[in-house]
Design a protein around this ligand. Structure first.
Ligand code: ZN
Length: 684
């Protein structure tokens, strides 16, 4: 078959891939894999790692090789045509994996290997691989009677289709609203660079004037800076109504065509039914079965405890903000569309520091070079951006970066796609493309995608990042290093594969800490005109402002996490999602959004990402990352020995061992919350 998705060695031939290639390529691999699996079961009598597990891994890697570029394109270059084929492919994939998970012959073969005399001689990573597989069989309903297995399969298929629909509804609703401004006076307060972006946006859409959209690089500054309160309210209202029963269209009309409430209700019902089939009481228990946290009570207690510690600070921050808005604008009632605006003004007032004032010091290329220098000092690795075009990408803006270690060994590649574009999912992420794996032909080095949504360059000016965007870049490279610097030779537990979800944010959140250190800032900052690093005075302001509204921010994260967890823990068929969220807000929040706010309808993390009953992971892992960084604070932030230690204990080991064990190996003791509280200014 002359299908580009089936005919490449390592790097996908993006220029040749067409949406209509997706289904034939997938069908072909799935058929081949199914046939080969049957052979594997039949051919062998004594199952071993070599004659069974290794070939099974190879089949999975083959499927991943074909599917990963498609999944990536759906996230970064979505089109109507691709979406159609992608959505037809999802049920096929789901049927395939349920088919494996419920195949008694395969299960018996894995069991045989786990009970064989050789098992104890396998490495920890090999044993973990086999144990994970056996666990996943149980989680796929291997023990269920046939009718229940069939129902499980059906549920899985419906769930994958529904979560795809959820995120598409969000994307479509986001793009459906825009506002063309022709009266410049409405834009007072907006920084010039953002205005220029709005102008460029209008031009690209064949309009005069300025165009406001709900994409983050535009939405956030508009809420932060627009002096016009009515306009802020209008934008806020459109943003928080997305994918609800009152989603906004560009002409101001209201539509329910992307309403995600029915989608959420179906997803929740199906998740609940699925895990009950498997013998769990609820989805929260099922979620924790593969995580570092052990019981639902432990998670809720952790969140409520943190909420209690953050609350006094949050209340104080809100009182200050209200007083400030009243003093400066005579505002007696602070609305949600006023909060970012007056917060920015208050930050400026308290610290003489605006988000925008740091931009000139963070040209993208300088930040990247500095980031590479930081990582080089920590882990003795080298970065090289490949410019010869030998590796194809999906867009001219995408860079390919090669990483080698101090011995000159190739450790892997990263695709780096940083600019916001139409057809690209919002947010920032690292996704694994290929996992590290050793075969008879040598090591297959890993590849990852790092994707962000930064403001594209304007009028040939360099791209200038906010400090928040610098943090995002460091965060994603933290995931990237986890994925790339692994030394595990078995792809199912190499890099980020097989790592418990509530531990996976440890390496990423750890990296953010360097963005606040003077020594590191000297490497990553340089004024785009003068090359000067962040001046000392500005640095001091940055540090003073670091925990600006940390209490409010923490409570917001806890609100999301608690909502997600309770939704899955306390699920009942007649559950009222809005009521549950309102209840959580009443319990932990100090800022209550207006009744029309439908944040939950765009909560991609838990309805179309992997964070269901797992959003708490961010805060959970923040305890780990703050505590891990405290060792760097003790030994020196560029202490090579501590860097090596993190590399060897956490990054290199991937998912081959329990996250808690790896953490203890690095830190010399179990995690403590003290460092996090200190970093957030909640404790000295
Ligand atoms: Zn992350």
């Amino acid at each position: 078959m002359n299908n580009p998705l089936l005919n490449f060695e390592k790097f996908a031939p993006y220029s040749k891939i067409k949406p209509q290639d997706v289904l034939p390529a997938l069908d072909s691999v799935l058929d081949q894999n199914r046939a080969k699996m049957q052979d594997l079961v039949k051919e062998n009598q004594n199952y071993t790692w070599e004659n069974f597990i290794e070939p099974m891994i190879a089949l999975n890697n083959r499927l991943n090789q074909v599917w990963s570029p498609v999944r990536n394109l759906h996230s970064v270059a979505d089109s109507e045509e691709l979406r159609e084929y992608y959505n037809q492919a999802l049920p096929k994939l789901s049927e395939y994996s349920s088919g494996i998970g419920q195949n008694p012959d395969l299960y018996r073969a894995y069991q045989a290997v786990s009970q064989s005399a050789e098992f104890n001689q396998y490495s920890t990573a090999q044993q973990q691989t086999i144990n994970n597989e056996l666990r996943d069989f149980r989680l796929s309903g291997i023990h269920l009677p046939p009718e229940q297995q069939a129902r499980y399969k059906e549920i899985q298929q419906q769930l994958s289709t529904l979560s795809s629909r959820f995120s598409e509804n969000v994307l479509d609703a986001t793009h459906a609203w825009k506002k063309n401004i022709t009266d410049e006076s409405l834009l007072t307060g907006l920084p010039e660079n953002i205005k220029a972006l709005l102008k460029q946006h209008a031009e690209q859409n064949g309009l005069s004037g300025w165009l406001i959209t709900l994409d983050n690089p535009i939405y956030i500054p508009c809420l932060n800076y627009l002096d016009n309160r009515a306009l802020r309210e209008e934008i806020y209202t459109a943003f928080v109504s997305r994918a609800s029963e009152h989603s906004r269209l560009a002409n101001g009309e209201i539509t329910a065509q992307w309403d995600n409430l029915p989608v959420m209700q179906q997803i929740l019902a199906l998740r609940h039914e699925k895990v009950q089939l498997l013998g769990f009481k609820n989805y929260a228990e099922y979620s924790l079965y593969t995580k570092m946290a052990k019981t639902p009570e432990q998670v809720v207690e952790f969140l409520l405890d943190l909420a209690q510690k953050a609350r006094p600070l949050a209340e104080q921050e809100l009182t200050e903000l209200q007083a400030f808005a009243q003093q400066n604008a005579g505002l007696t009632q602070l609305e949600l569309w006023d909060v970012p605006y007056f917060s920015e003004k208050l930050r400026l007032h308290n610290y003489a520091l605006s988000q925008e004032s740091l931009r000139p010091y963070f040209p993208l290329n300088k930040v990247l070079d500095g980031l590479f220098a930081v990582l080089q000092r920590l882990y003795q690795i080298q970065f090289k951006t490949l410019t010869d075009g030998s590796i194809e990408t999906w867009h001219p803006e995408v860079k390919v970066i090669e990483i080698t270690d101090k011995e000159g060994n190739l450790r892997g590649h990263l695709y780096l796609d940083v600019y916001a574009r139409a057809g690209k999912r919002q947010g920032a992420w690292l996704d694994g493309c290929i996992d590290r794996h050793r075969t008879a032909n040598g090591v297959q080095t890993p590849i990852g995608y790092i994707v962000c949504n930064f403001t594209p360059p304007l009028n040939n000016q360099p791209t200038l990042l906010t400090h928040g965007e610098v943090l995002t870049l460091f965060h994603e490279f933290g995931h990237g290093m986890h994925h790339l610097l692994t030394q595990i030779d078995y792809s199912p537990v190499a890099g980020i594969s097989g790592v418990a979800w509530d531990a996976v944010e440890l390496p990423s959140q750890l990296m953010e800490n360097w963005c606040w250190e003077r020594e590191a800032l000297n490497l990553i900052s340089g004024h785009y005109q003068t090359g000067e690093a962040i001046p000392e005075e500005l640095y001091r302001k940055m540090i003073a402002a670091k925990n600006f509204q940390a209490g409010l921010f923490t409570l917001r994260q806890i609100e999301f996490a608690l909502f997600d967890f309770r939704l899955h823990w306390q699920y009942q068929p007649d559950i009222n999602v809005q009521q549950l969220l309102d209840g959580v807000r009443k319990e932990v929040s100090v800022l209550i959004p207006p009744a029309f706010n439908r944040f939950q309808n765009t909560f991609n993390h838990i309805f179309s990402g992997g964070y269901a009953a797992g959003y708490y992971s961010y805060k959970w892992a923040e305890v780990l990352s703050a505590d891990a960084f405290s060792l760097f604070e003790e030994k020196g932030i560029f202490d090579a020995e501590t860097g090596q230690r993190f590399l060897n204990t956490v990054l290199a080991k991937g998912g081959s061992q329990e996250a808690m064990d790896l953490f203890i190996e690095f830190r010399g003791r179990p995690p403590k919350i003290d460092a996090l509280l200190r970093h957030l200014g909640m404790k000295n």
